[in-house]
Design a protein around this ligand. Sequence first.
Ligand code: SF4
Ligand code: SF4
Length: 447
Amino acid sequence: MSDFSAQFSKDLRAAGVVGAGGAGFPSYVKAQGRAEFALVNAAECEPLLKKDQKLLEYFPEKVFDGLELLMKAVGASQGIVGIKKKHEKIIPRLEEIAKSRKNISVLKMGDYYPAGDEQCLVYEATGRVVPPGGIPLDVGCVVCNVETLYNAVFAPRPVTETFVTVNGGVKKPATFRVPVGVTWRECVELCGGFTVKDPAYIDGGPMMGKVQTDFDLPVVKASGGIIVLPKTHPLIVKKAQVRPTFTRIGRSACDQCSFCTEFCPRYLLGHNVQPHRVMRTMLFSGGPEHKLHSQYGLLCCECALCSLYSCPEGLHPSQACVAAKADLREQKIGFKNSALNTGKKPEAHPVRDFRKVPVSKLVRRLGLEDYNKDAPWTAEVYKPAKVKILMSQHIGAPCVPTVKEGQKVEKGAVVGDVPADKLGCPVHASVSGTVGKVNDRYVEIYA
Ligand code: SF4
Ligand code: SF4
């Protein structure tokens, strides 16, 4: 590792920079790799979320600065910003900036889901397929989200704010920056309040996000936004389906048409993931828990396309894959030691381009047409009276609190950290104030 990479990686860790596209993977690890291509994932393919677009519209230079730092750290000879060509308002400016930088280009992608799946992006940008069970680094690529690179520019200044979109059933949908640790209820109030009765929300995009009903949960560094919907909306009902329900329905209703597999983006990249075969094993799995031991779900990236779009019967093959992976984990089986790990080099399916699912069609299928509004950028940063900083905001070991109740802290002070030998990075005070309750899950700070 070069001196620059070592210092950049150290700064990213100190700043607590994590993947802001939802995954929360600690970015300092990515900066330690070697890659030929550094890719900016600006596809933002989850319908209704707008924060990456707004960030690129209002702070494009910073994102390019972050990309250059990443390219230098990993030794990349090419930087590529992958964005959907429908963002014609932003693209000319991005192309202009790219021209003024060395070895950086803009890749214009179609408006399909999941263009933002990092393995799809790698394929679109380089023609390379990430090996099954592998990561982009295996094919010489490192992929970072827009906001992650924006945050990287300021490292080692701590990440204390995050960009979010609040869309759906609120009076004035908007995209803005908030201190980490404010509640989603406060974010909704910033948007003028609810327009739907008995609301629930999806934390993240409608496809991969999780259904929540508690609006007092705090915003974390990896938050991208929420979609507010009535609790009775079919998407909320479907996503909230529990295992006994989708198993019971799946066992009786799956006709093995295999549409779920035929549209699966990872199957179309040449990976051996076949959700219809996972569904089939439901029929053979006995006992009250109906354990699923099909290995055909091991390479599923949980994009939910099969459950929310492809299946004509409205079944839940993606959740069957999630369940199968969990059941196999109990037996210590992952892809690497599975029977499907043949070592064969994957090749993208010849009809892949014709099976891409347009986002407009997806929005209709999800019943979100009435909720799909613009969410304009609001520059003002909200000043909360209190924040709750979660100790677990990234992939890896959770932080351990480093402050005590009653202690005064300045904005940016470390309030929780991870031992140096563990994967993870610190969390920081997002406001100056007095520490309230402290436990192994969170630290409260009163401004
Ligand atoms: S698409 Fe639905 S019905 Fe067809 S095989 Fe998959 S789960 Fe079964
Ligand atoms: S959720 Fe379904 S469509 Fe998506 S990767 Fe998994 S099996 Fe394939």
